[in-house]
Write a protein that binds this ligand. Structure first.
Ligand code: NAD
Ligand code: MG
Length: 302
């Protein structure tokens, strides 16, 4: 019998008392196949039930990690999927696309760096063209930097502040604005925020602020788009094993990553995807808008 993703995730935790992952480092944006262990995106476990039949979704950062797990789940629920990613992540994007196609759904690849407004406009336009419309926008691309000495304000460089703000916040505003003319009754926007919005780490001063801002944006947009029948929600993950981690955190932090949660381990991307499916479903979540669903292994999201 196939074990559940939770059992598989628990078995991927180190057996020594550190609880995290083997020492490893990558340069950003990071690639899935270079990770040890390779994350579980629900490839062998996620079973769809037609919850998103015939819908069309754009997922930013859909090549890897949480975005890949969401792409696989959405496709198995009956949605066609466009994914955006950085050019360096082509190999990951093609792997995700192959899982979408194995579910007999259309996969559209739309590379591009979202820190430029023109790229956000183009990505939405190409997704709409490739899918023949748009019902779901998942704003999932994100960046943080936690390598080297990081001590609140003193550890912040201008370059990183700019990259974090533009990736996590500016791009979301630009993408929502570009997508709006294509969305209508039954559509939804889902933002990926973070436990950092509620329980911020001093080393992630800039990142945590963007995620708190995204929560606020989620509630505010839900008010203005509600009358159009468009729901707006967010998912706030806790520590999840994805390429972002070895690409942007020091090895010592990888070795204990996730071990301080009440469940005592990091989550796998496949354990986050069902929250996105629920929020995207026009029937299951028909009256759910302006909320943030935590998937944190026990960390409080209030
Ligand atoms: P990931 O590295 O798999 O995904 C992040 C993706 O962001 C990358 O694949 C990349 O395609 C995309 N991206 C980054 N900069 C970009 C840019 N300038 N233009 C276009 N795309 C860009 O890691 P992940 O952990 O799955 O991250 C997904 C989201 O989850 C992020 O918003 C992250 O902040 C959030 N999150 C992650 C965790 C965690 O512990 N992994 C916890 C809370 C929130
Ligand atoms: Mg990636």
């Amino acid at each position: 019998m196939t074990s559940s993703i939770g059992e598989r995730a628990a078995s991927m935790v180190r057996s020594d008392d550190k609880g995290g992952f083997p020492p490893q480092q990558q340069d950003p944006p990071g690639l899935t196949q270079r990770m040890e262990p390779v994350p579980d995106h629900g490839e062998e476990t996620y079973v769809g039930h037609g919850r998103l039949e015939g819908l069309k979704a754009l997922i930013t950062g859909g090549d890897s990690g949480i975005g890949r797990a969401v792409a696989i789940a959405f496709a198995r629920e009956g949605a066609d999927v466009a994914i955006n990613y950085l050019a360096d992540e082509q190999a990951d994007a093609e792997d995700t696309a192959s899982w979408v196609r194995k579910a007999d759904r259309t996969a559209v690849l739309v590379p591009g760096d979202l820190t430029e407004r023109q790229t956000c406009d183009r990505v939405v336009a190409e997704a709409v063209e490739g899918l023949g419309g748009l019902d779901i926008l998942v704003n999932n691309a994100g960046f943080h930097w936690d390598k080297g000495p990081r001590d609140g304000l003193e550890g912040l460089t201008d370059e990183n502040i700019e990259r974090v703000m533009r990736t996590n916040l500016h791009a979301v505003l630009w993408l929502c604005r570009a997508a709006l003319p294509h969305l209508g009754e039954g559509s939804s926007i889902i933002n990926t925020t973070s436990i950092q919005a509620y329980d911020p780490s001093p080393a992630l001063l800039d990142y945590a602020a963007t995620k708190a801002a995204l929560n606020n944006l989620t509630v505010n947009l839900a008010q203005s788009l509600g009358p159009k029948g468009i729901r707006v929600n967010a998912v706030a993950p806790g520590p999840i094993w994805t390429p972002l981690q070895p690409a942007t955190r020091d090895t010592e932090k990888i070795e204990t990553f996730g071990s301080d949660t009440p469940l005592g381990r990091a989550g796998q991307p496949g354990e986050v995807a069902p929250a996105f499916v629920f929020l995207a479903s026009p029937s299951d979540a028909s009256y759910v808008s302006g909320t943030v669903v935590g998937v944190t292994g026990g960390g409080a999201v209030f």
